[in-house]
Design a binder for this molecule. Structure first.
Ligand code: ATP
Length: 605
């Protein structure tokens, strides 16, 4: 159970921050421009109300406290209520609208990523563990949303508030404002450095989160194996180590994220002290009014909170960009196996399946003979007949099956179905022509009836039942607690191996495809079920082109033609009798299964 960690290296330079941001905005945020404009308007209101409340200190101090003018009392109180009312309503509306855009970014990206991934080559799913892929959907996309929402609020509301408050400061005391803002650039450098560090920490965290999901899915799926080998402690140790590594990274993230605030707080304190010194002296000297001074101080203090939020934006944004980079890297992957632009539909007929000088290696670029899973393979599965593929383990039989639906394309050579190169027809029509029953039956955590219906989504309940009857599955399904409506658990864990296989066969029967690929289709059955299934399969095979992989040679003795594979090559072809007479690999394998005496007797028959 080796853990395949996905260690896709991410470039951590921040030169491409701008282009990444442009991409996030252009592809994910742009569709919601109208809402953003409305949210922007609300942000202007919030910022203006904030600034107005700072400015109101001026009449409050001068008119009420110094001049003791009663008429202004009500006016100022009314203005304060109105200002805060506008601010509250606008804040709510803005938060709801930005929240909507953030959640839309999540939903749109998840749907888009799934559609994209499901159409990518099989190779991707073998290179990366499903846990890593799932973590892109959950962790990465949510980190992205967080950054988008925070950046929008920060760049809109917070920066506008700062601008408006600064305007009040300049209006009241321009010289003082200049002094205050001397300190602002001092904070820029550390905040920028912290942003860079955050991006690095975040990218590492996201990778480890991927490993975590991988380890957990592996553990839960392999629970039987873990228990039977007594690996509980070992696995718990591995999870614990990873959890600690993630803790370490998250803690580092917290330290980096928390750092800009004290920097801004301290510099803010310095600025306020400067204001008190210089401004206070001017008030004492009578050069400025107490109202203007307090209004200035209020604006400075109020600018604090949005400035602090702005300080956090960069770290937050970098975290989101690291996530966006990972998501875009997947979205940018293009499938190599796809329908050619000028492809036609493959006629749905039980034509021949031919391999012509097919060479294929799982490691792309490995052209060596040793590296090849298929090495110059040529054979024909004639139209409407049963063709068996046999050979030792690892000889390449399943690989041949993978090439017919184009799960992989040959490195060289050609695969033809119904006389045409399968790369020249649409993938949809090709796969529609084939029904596959493989060794590992894939079942979904759904009802029995729906699981069979995956064979043909439009099939009626009666058609599904007919297919189940034909696959000798009706009896056991009817005995299940809810019959056809029974939910069968993740990967059909509530069914036996033989039952699972019969569902897969029913699915293939329902699909009614003219070409059948049966990979050890009856391997998990007892003798009685196998007999029933063999009968069902015999009916099913009639008039169809069938390719069978069977390890038990007894099941394919009546095949019209048998191709014997060894080390990625076809070494012998012929009927059962002809191959036995040849006394080559087939006769040897047969001897191993039935004993040499039996082989001789049969060969002589
Ligand atoms: P079996 O009867 O045991 O199922 P097989 O004849 O079907 O074996 P294949 O599964 O086609 O053999 O494997 C042929 C070769 O390709 C083997 O050497 C195997 O290790 C290799 N192989 C199979 N699948 C992959 C894969 N996804 N990635 C890399 N190598 C693979």
């Amino acid at each position: 159970m080796s853990r395949k960690t996905d260690r896709t290296k991410i470039s951590l330079t921040d030169e491409n921050s701008i282009s990444l941001m442009k991409r996030v905005v252009g592809e994910l945020v742009r569709p919601y421009t109208l809402r953003l404009v409305l949210a922007g308007f609300c942000m202007v209101l919030v910022a203006a109300a904030t600034a107005l409340s700072a400015w109101l200190m001026d009449p409050m101090v001068n008119k009420i406290f110094i001049e003791k003018d009663l008429s202004v009392l009500w006016l100022v109180a009314g203005a304060v209520v109105a200002t805060f009312f506008v601010k509250s309503v606008a804040t709510y509306a803005q938060e709801v609208m930005i929240g909507y855009v953030g959640q839309r970014v999540v939903a749109d990206t998840q749907a888009r990523l799934y559609r994209h991934l499901i159409n990518l080559d099989l190779g991707l799913f073998q290179d990366r563990h499903s846990g890593t892929l799932i973590s892109h959907f959950t962790f990465d996309i949510n980190t992205m949303r967080n950054a988008v929402a925070n950046a929008l609020v920060g760049l809109g509301r917070d920066s506008l508030s700062v601008i408006f408050l600064v305007a009040v400061m300049f209006y009241q005391e321009w010289l003082l404002a200049c002094i205050t803002f001397v300190v602002a650039p001092l904070s820029a450098y550390p905040i920028r450095q912290l942003g860079k560090r955050m991006r690095r920490v975040s990218a590492q965290t996201q990778e480890e989160m991927g490993s975590m999901t991988t380890l957990l899915t592996q553990g839960f799926q392999g629970i039987r194996m873990i228990k039977s080998y007594g690996l509980e402690e070992h696995e718990t140790g591995r999870v614990q180590q990873l959890v600690e590594r993630i803790f370490g990274l998250n803690y580092k993230g917290i330290r980096v994220k928390a750092a800009p605030q004290p920097i801004i707080d301290f510099l803010g304190g310095v600025a306020v002290a400067a204001v008190i010194l210089y401004g206070g002296a001017r008030v004492i000297e009578g050069q400025t009014s107490a109202g203007a001074f307090f209004s200035f101080i209020a604006a400075t203090l109020m600018a604090y909170q949005p400035l602090r939020a702005l300080g956090k934006i960069n770290t937050n944004l970098q975290e989101g960009l690291a996530a966006a980079q990972r998501v875009f890297a997947l979205l940018d992957r293009q499938p190599t196996i796809r329908t050619a632009p000028e492809a036609k539909a493959l006629p749905r007929a039980a034509g021949a399946v031919e391999f012509s000088n097919v060479r294929f290696s799982y490691a792309s670029g490995d052209e060596s003979e040793q590296g090849a899973a298929l090495n110059d393979v040529s054979f024909e599965a004639p139209s409407g007949r049963v063709t068996a593929l046999v050979g030792p383990s690892g000889a390449g039989k399943s690989t041949v099956f993978s090439m017919i639906p184009r799960f992989y394309d040959p490195g060289s050579g050609e695969v033809r179905v119904n006389g045409v190169d399968i790369r020249t027809v649409t993938l949809e029509s090709l796969r529609d022509t084939l029904a596959i029953v493989s060794q590992d039956v894939v079942l979904f955590d759904d009802t029995v009836i729906n699981n069979i219906r995956f064979g043909r989504l439009g099939a009626s309940d009666e058609e599904v039942r007919a297919a189940a009857r034909a696959a000798a599955a009706d009896e056991f399904i009817s005995a299940l607690p809810n019959g056809y409506e029974t939910v069968i658990g993740e990967q059909g864990t509530k069914l036996s191996g033989g039952q699972r296989q019969r569902l897969a066969i029913a699915r293939a029967i329902l699909k009614d495809a003219p070409i059948l690929l049966l990979d050890e289709a009856t391997s998990a059955l007892d003798t009685e079920s196998e007999r029933q299934i063999q009968n069902a399969l015999k009916d099913l095979m009639t008039g169809r082109t069938t390719l069978v992989i069977a390890h038990r040679l007894s099941t394919i003795q009546h095949a019209d033609v048998i191709h014997v594979f060894d080390a990625g090559k076809v070494v012998e072809s012929g009927t059962h009798e002809a191959l036995l007479e040849k006394e080559g690999l087939y006769a040897h394998l047969h001897g191993l299964q039935f004993g040499p005496a039996d082989t001789v007797v049969r060969a002589g028959q």
